[in-house]
Design a protein around this ligand. Structure first.
Ligand code: UGA
Length: 435
């Protein structure tokens, strides 16, 4: 099968590489010359475990290529995926569809024969209809079927998620697209991945509903963590106690500094906007957005309290900057708020992250980036674990104690156990595990 993927960003690259790995012939198209040159030279511009190898292997075997030139690749393709960015629009939080619509025009101009056009980018309900309209308006004779095929992969586990998905959702209005779409995903049928065919609007909504539900789960357990702190309970045990109920499930119940990343914050805001506009406001999701935004800012207060009420003139060591481990992605990372609030309160911030410091340096000022967690902790009045990278899971606390100025550990991911940390002479603060 010949596949073209518009947009060699996160979703586009992972999908393109995985489709090629299935044996399809894939061309990834991007407008950014630097990115395309890098990819043609065999370098992958994002950090995702396993992706460089997969890209290199498929490139070498001639199944995966990269180009700036959209038209010939679209003309050749049986199926064209739209995997361009849909950033939050400044001001109103709605998804910015400029790139999706411009991709639709490119496809209209270049498609030859019957072509299935698939939106993989996360787009608000009704975008498939708009894409179809744009293609028809741009070139009425273009013969296309527009499909929605949302992506559910997680950064850091993207290849695994792509190859062993919980489900594949395919939303279509034109039956002619069913066969080619089954063909695209046939290699996954051996794993018995459930494929769900549904309407296009429903598929678009499934993506937002899934992310909003997961974000709600996280926010719920974060509020339970606050309650545990207030009344003296242990949120990890509450999570386990409710998660063992199959109707609830134990996943996405880790309390922490609030959700970040390129998906949950953007998608929950976009869902809220769509719902408001449609006259069916989602008050629950509105609350999730507000509670999470506030939580990220409030995490700094925990540090201030652990430092005895003020961080003015103090040095704080931040371990972990990315929104979660195994990524270099800093988008909407809780660390951004924590660092900003601490600096506002007069602290000097040092920081370490295994992969994210380059991206972080673009978004933070006045932070001293360090080359190891121990270097980071030098002279610190508190060490704050913000992202649960594996390398922070077994810190040598004795060594750490000789390096810091005051032995205070604020563990925003509940990685450590209180008795162990206190035995090494640290004051310890965590999230929702009582005193
Ligand atoms: C999320 C979804 O998990 C994917 O299914 C979806 O495809 C993707 O968004 C997307 O829409 O593209 P991702 O943003 O990569 O994936 O990361 P997650 O692992 O879901 O984590 C999101 C945030 O929630 C992180 O900040 C993480 O630390 C936080 N989180 C997650 C918690 O605080 N507690 C948890 O129990 C789980």
């Amino acid at each position: 099968m010949k596949i073209a993927v518009l947009g060699a960003g996160y979703v586009g690259l992972v999908s393109g590489a995985c489709f090629a790995d299935f044996g399809h012939e894939v061309v990834c198209i991007d407008k950014d010359p630097e990115r395309v040159a890098m990819l043609m030279g065999g370098r992958v511009p994002i950090f995702e475990p396993g992706l460089d190898d997969m890209v290199a292997r498929n490139q070498r075997d001639g199944r995966l290529s990269f180009t700036l030139d959209a038209a010939p690749a679209i003309a050749e393709a049986d199926v064209v995926f739209i995997a361009v960015g849909t950033p939050s629009r400044r001001g109103d939080g709605r998804a910015d569809l400029t790139y999706v619509f411009s991709a639709a025009q490119d496809i209209a101009r270049a498609a030859t024969g019957f072509t299935v056009v698939v939106t993989k980018s996360t787009v608000p309900v009704g975008t498939g209809d708009a894409v179809q309209r744009i293609i028809r308006d741009t070139r009425p004779e273009a013969d296309v079927a527009v499909v929605s095929n949302p992506e559910f992969l997680r950064e850091g586990a993207a290849i695994e998620d792509f190859k062993r998905p919980d489900r594949i959702v395919i939303g279509l209005e034109d039956e002619r697209a069913r066969e080619p779409m089954s063909e695209v995903y046939r290699p996954l049928f051996v794993n018995q991945a459930p494929v769900m065919f549904t309407g296009r609007r429903t598929a678009e909504l499934i993506k937002y509903a899934a992310n909003a539900f997961l974000a709600t789960k996280i926010t719920f357990i974060n509020e339970m963590a606050d309650l545990c702190e207030a009344v003296g309970g242990n949120v990890q045990e509450v999570a386990r106690g409710i998660g063992l109920d199959n109707r609830i499930g134990g996943k996405f119940l880790h309390a922490g500094p609030g959700f970040g990343g390129s998906c949950f914050p953007k998608d929950t805001r976009a869902l809220v906007e769509t719902a408001r506009e449609s006259g069916a406001p989602t008050r629950l999701v509105e609350a999730v957005v507000a509670v999470n935004d506030q939580r990220k800012k409030r995490m700094a207060e925990k540090v201030v309290r652990a430092c005895g009420g003020s961080v003015a003139g103090k040095t704080i060591a931040i371990l972990g900057l990315t929104f979660k481990p195994n990524t270099d992605d800093m988008r909407e990372s809780p660390a951004l708020d924590v660092v900003h609030e601490l600096q506002q309160a007069g602290a000097t911030v040092r920081a370490h992250d295994p992969e994210g410091m380059e991206q972080a340096a673009k978004l933070m000022t006045g932070v001293l980036f360090c080359d190891s967690p121990y270097h980071c902790a030098e002279g610190a009045d508190a060490v704050v674990l913000v992202t649960e990278w594996d390398t922070y899971r077994a810190l040598d606390l004795d060594r750490l104690k000789t390096i810091v100025n005051v032995p205070v550990l604020v563990d925003l991911r509940n990685v450590y156990r209180r008795p162990e940390v206190e035995r090494h002479g640290f004051t310890y603060a965590d999230v929702g595990r009582g005193a």
